[in-house]
Design a protein around this ligand. Structure first.
Ligand code: PLP
Length: 395
């Protein structure tokens, strides 16, 4: 099918929920992607932080192929080896006790919210103490509950009524947080360590440290949304490990399957035994196909040297971008290979198109930030190539 025919069919056949870039992707190899016409691009998107090991990563392809031939799906009414192995690896990497597998980031967050509410209810039996507090400018997903959890009004419009039981507080404002957490209404505080969707903004370490302390003092669960920032993205396996936290609940997804849909809720000491048989479930959660992919990802990215390289390459990439002499680039920020380049909202879509002309695929975050979420295997030569493309567009 040629590109114009594909585009016309897409407009006719699909709900028009995405503002797609003018490219039809066909296949990839490592950090490179190829469109239908055969044009080559350096992929700084990795399917929005998913293809952490790049495209056509042989051990991943082989593991999935082997498992597909053996058994793709088994109901959670049975034991399966890949899921139990993946859970053990995740707990070891996260410092948590138990895992619940889901299929996406939003679904993992739903599981995390349910666990937090049940913890509070079991312990306090207080219908007023069930609120999940999130930060302004957060992003937690598109289901009704995770949309409500998302601290951005513009996502809420058109989808009322919500379920209730969420409240919001400004990021990096300790006094405001103290007031909310002391109100006796909050079951859990849910945060991204790096607010990704809204503009790639790492939280202030002092705020995070105070938040963790206040949560402990008020028996409010510390719930970290690692859907975008987890699985090695920031140079630690989870972004909260850059902040020295020991969360009560963690959600992750995206990179976990290296391209195969899978999400997970990780429970710490306080929350490991909150959910019992029948309290929660999902048909596909942790199925052998997805779990076999996660096992390769966890074995590869969980390695200390791999993570150290991500941290160093992320710093190198940011240094290269900061060195560009441009009055268009207002800020370069991020953690590891989760990088935001703030250029302002006026011309950002044109900027992304110009980058594509230079052979580089990048994303937008918030209104005026270019978001870079490359495969974690991006090497120095490819970083230089990407920086040269930015220089061409912005210098
Ligand atoms: N949480 C965060 C921090 C995200 O960045 C996203 C997606 O971008 C989600 C949750 C939702 O994940 P999914 O799209 O897999 O449902």
């Amino acid at each position: 099918m040629d590109f114009e025919t594909l585009k016309a069919a897409e407009h006719e056949q699909l709900m028009q929920t995405y503002g797609r870039f003018d490219v039809a992707l066909d296949h990839g190899q490592g950090c490179l992607l190829y469109d239908l016409k055969g044009n080559e691009y350096l992929d700084l998107t990795s399917g929005i932080g998913v293809n952490a090991l790049g495209h056509n990563y042989k051990p991943l392809v082989e593991a999935i192929s082997r498992q597909a031939a053996k058994m793709m799906q088994a109901s959670n009414l049975f034991y399966t080896v890949p899921m139990v192995e993946a859970a053990g690896k995740l707990n070891a990497l996260a410092g948590t006790k138990r895992v619940f597998f889901a299929n996406s980031g939003a679904e993992a967050n739903e599981g995390m919210i349910k666990t937090a509410r049940k913890y509070s209810w079991d312990k306090y039996q207080d219908p007023k103490r069930l609120v999940i507090l999130t930060l302004n400018n957060s992003f937690h997903g598109r289901t009704i509950a995770t949309l409500e959890a998302t601290g951005q009004d513009h996502f809420h419009a058109n989808f009322f009524p919500f379920t209730g039981g969420f409240d919001y507080t400004p990021a990096n404002d300790i006094e405001a947080l103290k007031e909310k957490l002391g109100s006796g209404r909050i079951a859990g505080l849910m945060m991204e360590m790096v607010q990704g969707e809204s503009g790639v903004r790492p939280l202030d370490p002092e705020f995070v440290a105070q938040a963790a302390k206040l949560c402990t003092e008020n028996d409010v669960l510390l719930m970290i949304d690692e859907v975008q920032s987890g699985i090695g993205r920031t140079g630690k396996f989870f972004a909260y490990q850059n902040y020295g936290l020991n969360p009560d609940l963690v959600s992750c997804a995206k990179g976990l399957g290296g391209g195969v849909p899978i999400g997970a809720v990780l429970a710490g000491e306080k929350t490991a035994d909150v959910l019992h048989a029948g309290d929660h479930g999902t048909t596909f959660g942790g199925n052998p196909l997805a779990a076999s992919a996660a096992n390769v990802v966890l074995d590869t990215i969980g390695d200390g040297q791999f993570l150290e390289t991500v941290a160093q390459n992320g710093q190198y990439f940011m240094d290269q971008l900061k060195a560009i002499d441009s009055d268009r680039i207002k800020d370069v920020r991020g953690l590891g290979l989760m990088i935001g380049v703030e250029v302002g909202p006026e011309e950002i879509m044109d900027d992304l198109a110009e980058l594509r002309k230079q052979g580089v695929l990048a994303l937008k975050a918030g209104t005026g930030t270019i978001r870079l979420l490359p495969p974690l295997i991006l090497d120095r030569e490819q970083i230089d190539q990407a920086a040269a493309a930015f220089k061409e567009v912005f210098a």
